[in-house]
Design a protein around this ligand. Structure first.
Ligand code: ADP
Ligand code: MG
Length: 235
């Protein structure tokens, strides 16, 4: 089972007023372990809706979404939480660090529900901060960080449990070019060295230049599914 995400005829409708709005129409998509892929499309094309279904934050209205062997539509609230907790990391455009806690504590939070000893948590948190180059900032408060550093802490928080899948919803939207390239390089290295599967949503050209596969979305449908073979992307 190399497909860790498998979507068949996924349709998502939201109730609006007296009617409904179809945000995703008949999506068929397979993602294999280790991919570095992106959903690319204009605002409103359904990128976040699709990531939310794959991340088990929402359910399809019709069709089937299988993630890590689980049928998303059939999971109870508790089973969804467990799937996310054990296997899926999220990185958002707005990274929402808790201001009263240190960088270390913000990352450690993700482990508090797990059976980790304090020493194991410390090791895992410092390894995650090392990955993003912020070990020296562990005791700082988020307010002391730049935007790029804040987003790097959110990457550390997302990877501290070593998820199989990382879903990144427009992660560079609030970053300048230098910081955007910085976090993309970190993510590419995580992909290559830990074999973490990445699925982005983006309309940022900088992100696209790193992707191995671009899934073009428009009006809730896959318009084109493009494998990138350029040397920079496939290296
Ligand atoms: N909870 C919701 N209720 C109603 N409409 C929604 C809801 N979530 C998203 N939509 C609509 O679905 C479409 C796709 O939204 P979204 O997935 O957020 O697009 P993107 O992330 O590509 O900008 C948009 O037209 C949006 O307004
Ligand atoms: Mg979105």
């Amino acid at each position: 089972m190399s497909n860790i995400i498998s979507l068949t005829s996924v349709t998502k409708r939201f109730p609006v007023g007296d009617g409904e709005f179809t945000a995703l129409k008949n999506i068929n998509l397979n993602v294999e372990k280790g991919e570095f892929s992106g959903l690319v499309g204009p605002s409103g094309s359904g990128k976040t809706t699709l990531l939310n279904i794959i991340g088990s934050l929402d359910k399809p209205t019709e069709g089937q979404a299988i993630v890590m062997g689980k049928d998303i539509a059939k999971l109870t609230h508790k089973e969804s939480a467990r799937l996310r907790n054990e296997h899926i990391g999220f990185i958002f455009q707005v990274y929402n660090l808790l201001p009263v806690y240190t960088v270390f504590e913000n990352v450690e939070f993700a482990l508090l529900l797990q059976d980790y000893t304090k020493a194991q948590r410390k090791k895992a948190v410092m390894e995650a901060l090392d990955w993003v180059g912020l070990a020296s900032m562990a005791n700082k408060k988020p307010s002391k960080l730049s935007g790029g550093e804040g987003q790097r802490v959110s990457i550390a928080r997302a990877i501290v449990k070593r998820p199989v899948i990382l879903l990144a919803d427009e992660p560079t939207a609030n970053l300048d070019a230098e910081n955007a390239h910085g976090i993309l390089k970190i993510m590419k290295r995580l992909n290559q060295e830990l074999d973490t599967t990445f699925l982005f949503s983006t309309h940022d050209e900088k992100v696209m230049s790193y992707l191995n596969r671009i899934i073009h979305l428009r009006d809730g449908q896959i318009e084109q599914d493009e494998q990138i073979t350029a040397k920079s992307a496939s290296s």
